[in-house]
Ligand binder design. Structure first.
Ligand code: HEC
Ligand code: HEC
Length: 379
């Protein structure tokens, strides 16, 4: 193809679609990280972000001319020249491919994006004991704080980085009048260069990545559990594990799993059964022998003996405190601070301690953020 001046076809349709998938999957996963009951969507969007970033990196080596890294303008001199010329509004010549600013922008997005995706997948495995890295939970759960900080702060940085990109593009569009916004919609730029030609193989590769992204979104959301979201700690059949515990302790409320409280809290609960949250439980209800047997079972499975997030985070936040209820722990309070008190007092929830209404399958020993539901009619 010969060089031409005027409308040059720079971004083929698949490239534009991928660009918008990168942008929307990141922005939506950023937003859903603040929505309590959108955790599963957050995970699914994270997978998509990972897929399209991986595609974009490979594309940087095998893609058509304007997309490959060897056409990027990464010399410091070029970046300086770009900004000086832009600032003085002297430069009207538009690059067909990536200009110096967008070259650097892309490299940094790929770098930060990959850190976010990897730290997210590891965090999901190590902290939540879910997904493909769930097996790492028991070895590294102590490091989940560091991973969380990395995941969170790098995401903030990328978010601000994206805003800078949008502002830059708007300046190009409206101040320098280069129609840059339209380029990522129509694929055409007003510049000097050759039209992009897409080979069959490249088309197949790019559209496979697009279909894979959509497929993963559907797969994760349509399955209650899959290998991508499976929690390492399956359902616990308390009736089978300890029939006394199941029979005696689920009379008034569903079973509170032993792993949610530390040893000494459980000891206090057993020492105070005479006045158990306003209820009197005596030897007539549960014999001393049975109480001892239940206590032994619970202590063997308490927070100290578990690598679940709810266990180690509760323990860490408690310090020296050993309350009777998890709702007294700073971790619990922090996690529920956005839920209005009227929700807890509503006719469906009734009490803060009624975890089971919002945390589905908690009584089966499952604590999974993808299963959180705040009853809608009381919101
Ligand atoms: C006679 C009824 C009754 C029985 C039997 C009973 N509980 Fe409770 N329990 C309560 C009430 C009432 C509360 C306050 C929270 C609520 O309303 O669910 C409570 C709360 C708890 C809590 C606090 C949950 C939290 O962190 O907020 C734990 C733990 C608990 N019970 C454990 C047990 C264990 C273990 C047994 C068996 C030995 C048991 N309960 C048997 C009535 C009972
Ligand atoms: C009114 C509904 C509701 C009740 C009742 C409730 N929770 Fe929650 N809980 C939530 C919501 C919503 C979140 C936020 C989930 C998130 O951040 O993804 C949450 C978060 C948590 C977290 C933190 C999860 C995290 O990601 O760090 C823990 C632990 C937890 N709840 C345990 C409990 C326990 C134990 C009880 C019972 C003593 C309980 N909750 C009662 C709705 C509830």
């Amino acid at each position: 193809m010969n060089k031409k001046i005027g409308k040059v076809f720079v971004w083929p349709l698949c490239t534009r679609i991928i660009h918008w998938i990168i942008a929307t999957s990141f922005i939506l996963s950023f937003i859903t990280s603040f929505c309590d009951d959108k955790f599963k969507l957050h995970i699914a969007l994270g997978f998509i972000f990972g897929i399209v970033l991986t595609f974009r990196i490979i594309w940087g080596f095998v893609g058509p001319s304007y997309a490959t890294f060897d056409t990027f303008k990464l010399k410091f001199k070029e970046l300086k020249y770009y900004f000086v010329e832009k600032m003085e509004d002297r430069w009207r010549k538009i690059h067909a491919g990536h200009n110096a600013a967008s070259s650097w922008f892309t490299i940094i997005v790929l770098f930060l994006g990959y850190i976010i995706v990897m730290s997210g997948m590891l965090l999901y495995g190590i902290q939540e004991a879910s997904g493909v890295f769930a097996w790492l939970n028991e070895y590294y759960y102590r490091h989940s704080y560091m991973l969380l900080a990395l995941h969170k702060y790098i995401s903030y940085i990328l978010f601000f980085w994206a805003i800078i990109h949008v502002l830059g593009v708007l300046v190009e569009q409206f101040y320098h009048k280069t129609d840059m916004v339209l380029a990522m919609i129509t694929g055409y730029k007003n510049c000097e260069g050759k039209d992009t030609k897409m080979s069959q193989t490249r088309n197949i590769f790019a559209y496979s990545a697009i279909f894979l992204s959509v497929g993963v979104l559907y797969f994760v959301l349509s399955h209650e559990e899959s290998f991508l979201t499976k929690n390492k700690f399956g359902t616990i059949d308390f009736q089978k594990e300890n029939v006394l515990f199941y029979d005696k302790c689920s009379k008034c409320h569903k079973i509170y799993p032993p792993f949610m409280l530390p040893n000494d809290s459980w000891m206090k609960i057993f020492d105070g059964l005479e006045n158990h949250f306003g209820e009197k439980i005596t030897e007539n209800n549960i014999s001393n022998i049975d109480q001892d047997s239940i206590k032994t079972y619970i202590l063997a499975n308490s927070a100290e003996n578990s690598t679940r997030k709810i266990s180690f985070k509760t323990l860490d936040s408690l310090g020296d405190m050993r309350p009777l209820s998890i709702t007294k722990s700073p971790y619990w309070r922090e996690a529920h601070k956005n839920i209005d008190n009227t929700v807890f007092k509503s006719s469906i929830v009734k009490d803060k301690s009624n975890c089971f209404v919002c945390h589905q399958h908690f009584e089966d020993g499952i604590f999974d953020n993808t299963l959180v539901r705040i009853p809608r009619d009381v919101k």
